[in-house]
Design a protein around this ligand. Structure first.
Ligand code: AMP
Length: 308
């Protein structure tokens, strides 16, 4: 079952203690689409300027991503800069040049309007609502957002949340959105607003999913080498939703496996700059990482007599 993603395509300038890249392929929809493409067919809707290199378009097409919804307009592609120190959970945004993205009005091609799965990457909630108006009753809708929209367009964001099944955000955003410092209570509040599932990403520390059935948590897998964590959150969403879209299964067990596939894609993304790792992964590499998470989290209960 295909998944439609609407969001940013970018040229990123990233600096980490291990090097830097300029005009690297980035953007939330790009990371999401590449990660999800290992699980299911991806349809992408976004905008770039005429400066967007053809090699990036070829790379997305080579992963089988349907680019009928990619618009080329006069002006520059969205550019974003980020800088990291050794604490990869903290980063400085060095610049954001919206360029063509400033006037982005998503137009969903006719062929994508009945797509059963939809991911609204981090964009203006008014545009997210606009996309929901254009699609025809999808089976699964998910949304990402950020502090900027939580602060500036809270009512529109709440309206969008009432209409989606899954919210995927990081822990600071979940607390800010709910106005509640305790994550579990924040999750309870958000789930009352509409989504049946809240996925909280915690960067290097893993992820937690909250639903009415309960909580599932996956720890962060200590990696041998983290090179560039940019896009890990969107890659997580790609693995998570890609798995759910591919299987059509939203049972509690499937949600657990999806959380592990999300973590798998997020962790693989960090092992190289930009999208370099995500463009030509071997399926076996993904399965190996999944199994590594299984070993990491598995334990047997063996009762002992505890002292009173
Ligand atoms: P992440 O590391 O998951 O937060 O994603 C980083 C990606 O998001 C980069 O490739 C950026 O180009 C893109 N990005 C950064 N800021 C924004 C924004 N305000 N709207 C949309 N995409 C953004």
């Amino acid at each position: 079952m295909p998944i439609l993603v609407v969001g940013s395509l970018a040229l990123d300038e990233v600096e980490t203690p291990f090097g830097r890249r300029e005009s690297a392929l980035g953007g939330a929809a790009v990371y999401f689409g590449l990660a999800a493409s290992y699980f299911t067919e991806v349809q992408l809707v976004g905008v770039v300027g005429r400066d967007f290199p053809q090699q990036h378009v070829d790379l997305l097409a080579a992963r089988g991503i349907d680019l009928e919804g990619l618009k080329f307009v006069d002006g520059e592609t969205f550019r974003w800069g980020g800088k990291y120190g050794y604490d990869f959970n903290a980063r400085d945004t060095t610049f954001t040049h919206l360029g063509a993205f400033a006037d982005f009005r998503p137009e969903i091609p006719e062929r994508f309007r009945k797509t059963p799965n939809v991911f609204l990457a981090n964009i203006d909630p008014r545009l997210q609502l606009d996309v929901l108006e254009q699609v025809e009753r999808p089976n699964m809708t998910a949304l990402d957002t950020m502090n900027y929209w939580i602060e500036r367009t809270p009512n529109e964001l709440r309206a969008a949340l009432e209409r989606v099944d899954i919210l995927i955000i990081n822990d600071a955003e979940a607390r800010q959105l709910a106005g509640e410092p305790m994550l579990r209570r924040a999750a309870g509040r958000i789930l009352e607003w509409g989504p049946e599932l809240l996925v909280v990403k915690k960067g290097e520390d893993g992820a937690v999913t909250f639903s009415r059935e309960g909580i599932f948590a996956v720890p962060g897998l200590p990696l041998d080498s983290i090179v560039d964590p940019t896009g890990a959150g969107d890659s997580f969403a790609g693995g998570f939703l890609g798995y759910l879209a591919a299987t059509g299964d939203r049972s509690p067990d499937a949600l657990r496996r999806a959380t592990i596939y999300g973590s798998t894609m997020g962790s693989l993304c960090c092992e190289a700059f930009s999208t370099e790792k995500l463009v030509d992964l071997e399926p076996l590499e993904i399965e190996d990482r999944f199994q590594e998470y299984k070993r990491l989290t598995h334990f047997e209960y063996s009762p002992i007599l505890l002292n009173a």
